[in-house]
Design a protein around this ligand. Structure first.
Ligand code: GLU
Length: 283
């Protein structure tokens, strides 16, 4: 049975781009007679506003969407910590106290997520005591253990996994027992998601997720990275901070959510917005 999910982070209100992502995931599940899950990715301790989860539910109902189950990441911290401990016991994580500024200054490459970590704390191990410390994955060590990996995208086809593009990513954050990569990978497995549906801006993240699946013996789903709603003027994905009204604002203004969902399904987008891949999304 097909099972998809929509996994918004409550760091800000949902906008049209999120409505599009939710519709794609919802409709793919329903078309296959399957299930659709809502996952609240609320473990970004610094920016997360858990109270937004209720607004998200109201937004989705307004669009006419229903879901079969709901997952809240902050309720799964023990599960993430256990997987982190397992990766540590495999000798694949190392502690790091480098700041963003230090990494930007020392980095030699730019990866899909910005400056690639230059491996400073792998080459010069730090004492893993105290706090203010993240744990990074030794990606080369991990890949040596798993061998070559592949993954399948419904639109882009078969991909050779290239987790090395990111360098040694953070797996356990300073302020949370999991990074996005670890939490999302574990959740998709725990919830038996069979088709991971998300925007092309997260295409490259799948290289890391595929590696984590192999290391942690998790089932391997298929992926469907869909095109994004882009602002025609900038070619960048919609964002509230770039002036795209939130779904909550549209609701409050009396707009008809079901009609909006139908228009999006017909690819009838508001003026100045079109579907596209977005800058740098596929690297
Ligand atoms: N929480 C992520 C976002 O809001 C989506 C993560 C995912 O779908 O894997 O962009």
């Amino acid at each position: 049975m097909i099972r998809t999910r929509f996994a918004p982070s409550p760091n800000g209100q949902l906008h049209l781009g999120h409505a599009w992502a939710a519709l794609v995931a919802h409709d793919l599940a329903r078309a296959g007679g399957g299930e659709f899950l809502l996952r609240i990715e609320d473990i970004d301790g610094t920016r997360s506003r858990p109270e937004l989860a209720q607004t998200f539910r109201d937004d989705l109902h307004w669009l006419g969407l229903t879901w079969d189950a709901e997952v809240i990441q902050s309720q799964r911290l023990g599960h993430y910590a256990a997987a982190g401990a397992r990766l540590k016991a495999m000798g694949l994580l190392y502690p790091c106290r480098c700041t963003r500024a230090q990494i930007a200054a020392a980095a030699r490459e730019i990866g899909p997520d910005g400056p690639v970590y230059p491996g400073t704390c792998r080459r010069h191990p730090i004492d893993p005591d105290g706090h203010d410390m993240a744990w990074r994955l030794d990606v080369a060590g991990a890949m040596a253990r798993t061998g070559p990996l592949h993954w399948d995208d419904a639109l882009a086809g078969r991909q050779a996994a290239r987790p090395d593009l990111f360098g040694d990513v953070v797996i356990l954050r300073k302020e949370a027992p999991a990074s996005y990569h670890l939490a999302a990978t574990l959740d998709d497995a725990a919830d038996a998601v069979t088709l991971v549906t998300r925007g092309m801006d997260l295409f490259a993240a799948t290289h890391i997720h595929r590696l984590l699946q192999a290391l942690l013996d998790l089932p391997v789903p298929r992926w469907h990275h869909h095109p994004l709603l882009l602002d025609d003027d900038t070619g960048r994905k919609l964002a509230k901070r770039r002036g795209s009204p939130s779904l909550a604002d549209r609701r409050d203004a009396g707009q008809d959510g079901i009609a909006l969902a139908e228009a999006l399904r017909r690819h009838d987008f508001p003026a100045g917005i079109s579907l596209g891949v977005g800058v740098g999304s596929l690297s």
